[in-house]
Design a protein. Sequence first.
Lengths: 715, 297
Amino acid sequence: MQFLAPAALAGLAALSLPVIIHLLNKLRIREVRWAAMRFLQTAAQKNQRRVKMQDLLLLILRCLVLALVVFAFARPTFEKIEKSTLVAGDPLTVMVLLDQSASMGANDGVEARFTAARDSALKFLEELPSGSAAGLLLVNDTYSSPVARPSRDLSLVRRSVELAKLTDRGTDFQPAVRAAVEVLRNLPGRREVHLFTDNQLSGWNALEAVREFLKTAPDIKVIIATPGAASTAAVDPSGNLAITHLKLDTAIPVAGQPIRVLAEITNTGDTPANGVRLTLALNDDAPSADAVITNLAPGGTRYIPLLVRLPGTGFHTLTAALPPDRLAFDNRRTLALEVAPASDVLVVESRRGPALWQGSGHFLATALAPVDEEAASRHYLHVTRATAADLDPSKLSGYAVIFLAGADALPLPVVSALADFVKAGGGLVVMPGDPTPADLFLDAPWPDLLPALINAPLEPARGNVQDGPFNHPLLSLWNDAAAGNLNALRFNRVFALDPLKLPEVSVALRLADNSPVIVERTVGKGRVVLFAAPPIPSWTNLPLHPAFVPLVHRLYAGTARASTLKLNLAPGDAFQAPVPIDQLNRDVYVRAPGEDSKPVAIGRTELVGTQAVLRVRNTSAAGRYTVYVGQTERPDFVFAVQSPAAESELKSAPADILTTTVAPATGAPVASTPPAAAPAKPLLTAQQLWLIALIAAGFLSLTELMLALRSSRSR
Amino acid sequence: MAATHTLLDPDTLSRAEPLGLFARRVVEGYRVGEHRSPFNGFAIEFSQHREYSPGDDPRHLDWKILGRSDKYYIKQYEQDTNFVAHLLLDGSASMSFGSGTVSKIQYARGLVACLGFLILQQRDAVTATIFDDRPRETFQRTDSLGKVHQLCTQLTNFTPGRPGNLRACLQDYAARLSARGIVVVISDLLDDPADLLQALRRLSLTRSEVIVFQVLDHEEITFPLEGNIRFIGLEDDSRLQTNPADLRKSYLAAFNEHQHAVRRACEQCGVHYTLCDTSRPLAEALTGYLAFRAKAG
């Protein structure tokens, strides 16, 4: 038998108390001269033996009660307990790490992993040996420190654990483990790190780094407790279907026009999903589109397209939702987008005649605004066509994108203005053509703008384009067979492009003979896309191909003077947006996700450099955020926070992932691994003996009381 | 005089005086008093006639009968007389016990003094004896109220210290009792009840009226003591160390049995028995008994 708190056995000295009291009572004698001795002697002869026996029995009972209470406090156990576990009697200095990542929201229908982990942490803190100190870190993709250093005020730590809340953030154990070990490194005594988590495999991306780091502190034990993880993995009647990605599949979101949204659905459960309804809601209203997911096998992923019509310009959110399952956070995903008002596009071309259709940019201009003249003014792209000679360098900055579609040589001031235009964030698409002089792009500043050197045109050996999949966002649309394909695309002649070996240069499309056809380069705040051929049927059938219009629009969307606002954030990222200078020092209110949440003041707009900006830092919850500057009815900004898709993968890491002791606190082994030498069982045994000893002490106390009452009556 | 003031409680006397102590039976006195005398003679109240016999005083001849019938009859009268009260006080060592402000002997002294005063005041005679294993102090017979101070002085000067022998003393006193009267025994009666019964029987044979006052301390009656106590006997050197709480029930059982035997002995001998608890006022015990006596006739 072992004792978990052997120091408490010193309390056995208290056994002498009843004996001393007994002896003191015997010694403290009063003398009384008494007349009626006859009766006393008669009574004494009759009772003395019984009274002595009863006194002795009572003394023994009282000693036994004390011994049992001391025994209970010493927490006896029959099984040998590893000294490294939490229950030894010496004080422990411990850092408690509580996982609050989104995956901890998984539940088995009764209890969420997070609740189980929190309860387990509280129980652990309650059972710490006296004199122990504990700190608390809350773990997600980073960590927060409610109790940064071990404190002997364990009630503070327990309170902090009780106040901890689940977040929609990802998991990365490395920063928290490192921080906890660093805190304990220079502290004396027995030190341990206890991580209460679901031990999600994706949280150990930096596993080797953690292992290497732990070797620097060999005397600090890291113990992983996985309460609830096994039960939620085992009980899985409905599986888990997750929206792992939600993106806009339309190049330019336009008010009043249907736009296409792609939802990536992944089945992370163990059962196939069939007949599950996916809905899409605009601005948290009632769902305006839906689709049914059929036959999605476990581990499978499917892209579900949904069409929605945006009511107007400005900020909008699209929220895709699945029916509830055992992991709630990934059943909803919100995408924020901004619908810009109409923008101007300039197409610079060369003309063979006075008619517009004789211009080299005619196909391009028509594809940019594929509407008749009457509707052109209402179209979201206002296309202006001009020749190189008509260009006014001072007016270039008013366009979002400038296309050079087989244009003549540009005057130097225009080229300089173009360079400034791109560096300031404008988009430039260069499509050299027949009238383009061979040496046009050799002079400065062209080499600083173009992503490739343009050599003389040639007829390619194989004029078709490479097969997909296409990695570049410009062409990713055609990864989905439903959107068509580029198989019929042919290039008869192309300029031989020699892409620059620069990190900001990327090739979007190559021909089957590997020669690049579309190359992109980031210049300053803007982008330059270089085509190997002009949009003229004599060079390529691209203008006649069904993919031409969407490609042109994606080209526009990819190069247009984009908004610098980052509207879709990961949990924990700060939202930052510029505001007019006259709104400096205004109160900023944010309505966080949640049905009944109200706008809460989070601070004021501030001055950064010469720009007034607002910042929203607390973005732990996923969903739609609306931001108000001042007391206004209409939100000034809307953004969305999306949980990391990896959180939906509930696969647990092996229990001995750190090659340290693993303690499934609730006695349940971690899935897919045999239970290690678990201290939970001795802990349970110790608790049982503790209870038994206390119950026995109570019973003996009752017996003693009854006996004392009975003997006093009988005497 | 100091002893008189100490023992004669004015309150007790003022409450007991109207009740008085009248002889329940016919007592033999030698002075005319308030009590009927067994001697028929020459007093006021006529009793009967009897024939004259030689030797009778011719003054008692009923001359009217002699004149009418020429027969010699002697007139006999009932004679009112006083009585002698024999106050027998137990002075054994056990009487010195007292848990409160008053010990048993102090209480008994007061009782004797008050009884003596009351009896003398109604012109009866009193004699008192203090005994333990034998008579130690005797207050000579007197009918003078003025002698009550001497009685008190004698009572006060006596200090108990020896073991008692109630039976021997009472039997011896009964043997020496020459005339009927009232015998008042004041004791704690902690002796064997069988001895008491024998002594009372012997006293009853004297045809005197016997009254017993048992004086006990409140602690002896209720035994409320706590803690570890070494009890030391007052009349012998017997010692007993115990926790009274352990023995209380048995002690009270034995004590009550003893008391029952004492009462039964008194009833068997036609003796008035009164228990005096020293925690209660003397006046209450005395007037209680006298009232009972007056009522009982």
